[in-house]
Design a protein around this ligand. Sequence first.
Ligand code: GRF
Length: 217
Amino acid sequence: MARLKVAVLISGRGSNLQALIDASADPDFPAEIALVVSSQGDAGGLARARAAGIRTEVINHRAFNAKQGFEASIDATLRGARVDLVCLAGFMRILTPWFVERWRDRLVNIHPSLLPAFKGLDTHERVLAAGARFTGCTVHFVRPEMDEGPIIIQAAVPVMPDDDAETLAARVLAAEHRCYPLAVCLIAQGRIRVRNERVEIAGALAPAEVMMFNPVG
Ligand code: GRF
């Protein structure tokens, strides 16, 4: 069966991209990474993509006068590659409603918190400042409002008493690397449906597909 064609949009180190590349190396994984688009020419993730033989494109917003041109260029590149699904993985540009609506329910993001809590940047610092006992990560469909949209997969991750932002980020990142391939797999299998702005997973009674990430085994 043809595999779902996925593009990954990055701006940085690309460890989530790597998790998706590793998952798709299995011929039974129902999706392939057809294209990586980076907003930064020096993003570490570009080397990961090249090492895996994946086509890369750098589309830097500074090359365009307006956001419209930047996004139109990304959109044309994605369409030219006949991509079915777009994964944001550390892509540091906020996309306009124009782009988000063009890719509605075919555009997903990973965020390092249990949404709708702790939207935005500096997530782990704010989790620690709030004294939360659990945090986690969320893969969700993108909507025009930042870090909003129907939730596909979440993993809960405990906050340890001696955590700092770095140790917490590392624990959450390990969960991200498990969640993103799982979410893409479910989408590629055609098991995900958005109804009334909530995700239904065929063959799973909620919350059977929700993961509780256990760092000790
Ligand atoms: C991840 O923590 C992701 O949740 C957030 O940006 C970070 C990207 O890391 N959106 P990487 O580039 O995938 O290593």
